[in-house]
Design a protein. Structure first.
Length: 292
């Protein structure tokens, strides 16, 4: 889910490309051509922007939260080193395309519950046949359970049903399976969405901190201050994170963000309790103004 970090208008794209519309399990899917970049498209579900893809340049990331995840894909291992990556939530496969472009020979598993969306994206925004990307149309947690122990260098959770993260992907039990799938040096990365009073975000920080020793969180300053609903990117590991370099990159983005970690992040969580399956709820519904 992406909000006001998406700044393209709904117009005919360069070269006269027209929007493509289809019905998927999650609602009305629309591929809107980018009026500024030939070969680029935005995927919307029921009017909520989900992904931006540039078929001519898959290393280009338009949405602010996707750029921040892209920084983490860059930093998790030396440049060009192939990775084993799990993507929970497929959208238009933006981050899988980015990984394939920047880290050739990576092996990737995309888990996307909406089989009709997978078919829609494959038809209109086909994946590079040389990319080693496998797509499974199952629930994210069920797909994760099928993966072998210690396989992944990176697990990226970017799952939204409509504009909300399902409750069963917010709990300690879910994270236990993430840890099982991750290699000992692997990273967990999550796209979180919340607004004032940021109770969901604080709870997710506490939940992830109960399972990983090192955390960092990137968000827009207005989101940190609880002034606006928006995205936050959380990264967690059991090894030292390159916080200084991540901070520098996020601060240098076209839409600069701020990174917190360590004691400052724990203080921000404010004593929130970890979330278990029994008490988990979906992330908050964003206000309509987020998408205008």
């Amino acid at each position: 889910m992406a909000g006001k970090d998406r700044n393209k208008g709904r117009q005919r794209g360069r070269g006269g490309a027209e929007a493509v519309v289809g019905q998927v399990d999650g609602g009305r899917a629309e591929l809107e051509p980018d009026r500024e970049r030939a070969g680029a498209w935005t995927l919307l579900i029921d009017g909520a922007p989900q992904s931006h893809v540039d078929l001519d340049d898959p290393a280009y990331l338009d949405f602010a939260y996707q750029r921040r995840i892209g920084h983490l894909i860059d930093l998790v291992a030396p440049a060009r080193q192939p990775l084993n990556v799990v993507h929970l939530g497929g959208g238009a496969f933006t981050l899988a395309r980015y990984t394939a472009a920047t880290r050739p020979r990576s092996t990737q598993q995309v888990v996307e519950i909406d089989a009709a969306l997978v078919a829609f994206v494959r038809e209109h925004l086909p994946l590079d046949p040389q990319a080693r990307v496998r797509v499974r149309a199952v629930d994210a947690r069920a797909g994760l359970a099928k993966l072998p122990d210690g396989w992944a260098d990176l697990v990226i959770a970017d799952v939204f049903s409509g504009a909300r993260t399902p409750a069963h992907l917010t709990s300690t039990e879910f994270l236990d399976d993430v840890r099982r799938v991750l290699a000992p040096t692997g990273w967990y990365v999550a796209n979180l969405a919340d607004g004032p009073p940021l109770a969901h975000l604080r709870g997710q920080i506490a939940t992830v901190a109960s399972r990983f020793t090192e955390l960092a969180l990137a968000a827009d300053p207005v989101v940190w201050r609880g002034k606006r609903f928006g995205n936050a990117v959380l990264v967690a590991a059991d090894r030292e994170l390159p916080v200084a370099e991540f901070t520098r990159r996020v601060a240098s983005d076209p839409h600069p963000g701020r990174v917190e970690h360590g004691r400052a992040l724990a203080d921000f969580a404010g004593g929130a309790a970890p979330v278990a399956d029994a008490s988990a709820v979906a992330s908050p519904q964003p206000p309509l103004s987020v998408f205008r």
